[in-house]
Design a binder for this molecule. Structure first.
Ligand code: NAP
Length: 328
């Protein structure tokens, strides 16, 4: 089969469409003919050599796919060949065929394209695990979502709004803010031109927010702590702005704050099955009804993975970037 392989680590020039051995499903796996793949920042980090795949997972990039089951392992129940499925994979998505744990393979509703399905798993599951499972966001509370135009941000904004929370976002352009507001945000802050902590305090009349969903890390820590209410929760989901910071512990103590980190990829298979199930129970019905939806920015062919990575690294996207294999 053909796959995007890494010829070393670095810029997009290390990406190569190459022949690669066809995988064989273990007892609890299905073999999927890939039709669409979600591109994630993790793929970019992996390409740069900063995010090695966990032991036992495929060395290929690609954490989420949609496709057709073409073979099943001996212990698989409830899935048949020919079925259209989508979900998380333990790497290996940037290929014509990939292995998927059968308990993480979700049937694709008939009226969804493969691309539509592939845009969902990583961002909706990440948002659910962080904002709702760890952050315990409730109706009537408020949340600040950074990178409101990111894949995770566009999912998180819709989910938090649907859950009855007041949503504020930060983003790098007026256009992204406008689009985030159309997804349910009450207001947006352009972090290039405005101090987001000042703006959040102004917008909330000095109250602050209950939850912050943060992808930036070090450079935002002090301001994130500032905007949290007493009892607030800070979710650290990525570190695009650095990983070393000073923290004023007296504020954490006096405001009784919680700082919670989360990472999906390194979780055990049992955890990922549970993460999938929680998503299926709470959010899949709303996605099926069209109450919330994946936001797709742009699609590239698998052979254009380099262009897709460049596009992601240029921070131009609003929502998901996808790779498609053949006709969607
Ligand atoms: N922990 C986990 O389990 C987990 C799971 C999934 C994703 N993630 C992480 O979550 C983040 C979002 O993922 P995604 O795939 O949704 O990303 P994405 O679609 O690539 O969007 C990222 C956006 O973040 C903004 N940004 C980039 N660098 C920034 C900086 N230094 N300061 C402020 N904003 C910045 C840019 O938009 P602007 O125009 O607004 O600048 C960019 O478009 C990534 O870092 C990813 O690695 C973590």
């Amino acid at each position: 089969m053909q796959a995007i392989t890494l010829q070393g680590f670095g810029g997009v020039e290390v990406l190569s469409l190459s022949d690669y051995p066809m995988p064989t499903p273990a007892a609890e796996q299905v073999l999927v003919k890939v039709h669409a793949i979600g591109v994630n920042r993790a793929d970019v980090l992996q390409r740069r050599g900063l995010y090695p795949p966990p032991a036992g997972d495929s060395e290929l990039m690609g954490l989420e796919i949609a496709g057709e089951v073409i073979a099943i392992g001996s212990a698989v129940v409830g899935i048949e060949t020919g079925q259209r499925v989508f979900g998380l994979v333990g790497g290996g998505g940037y290929a014509e065929y990939v292995l998927m744990d059968y308990q993480m393979a979700m049937p694709i509703p008939d009226d969804w394209s493969y691309a539509y399905a592939a845009a969902i798993p990583e961002v909706f599951m990440t948002a659910n695990e962080t904002i709702f499972e760890l952050g315990r966001l409730q109706a009537g509370e408020s949340i600040l979502i950074h990178a409101g135009g990111s894949g995770v941000g566009t999912a998180a904004t819709q989910m938090a709004h649907h859950a009855g929370a007041t949503v504020y976002v930060t983003a790098g352009s007026a256009e992204k803010i406008e689009r985030a507001i159309s997804l349910g945000a009450s207001a947006g802050i352009n972090y290039h031109t405005q101090d987001f902590a000042e703006e959040v305090m102004r917008l909330t009349e000095g109250a602050g927010v209950d939850v912050v969903e943060d992808f930036i890390g070090a450079s935002y820590l002090a301001s994130n702590i500032k905007v949290l209410k007493t009892g607030g929760r800070l979710l650290i989901v990525a570190l695009m702005g650095g990983h070393l910071a000073e923290l004023k512990l007296s504020t954490v103590l006096s405001k009784r704050l919680q700082i919670i980190g989360s990472v999906m990829r390194a979780r055990s298979l049992a955890d990922k099955r549970a993460i999938t199930q929680r998503f299926v129970n709470r959010w899949l019905p709303l996605l099926r009804q069209g109450e919330i939806k994946p936001i797709i920015d742009r699609q590239f062919a698998l052979s254009e993975a380099a262009a897709a990575h460049e596009y992601m690294e240029a921070n131009q996207n609003f929502g998901k970037i996808l790779l498609v294999v053949g006709a969607d």
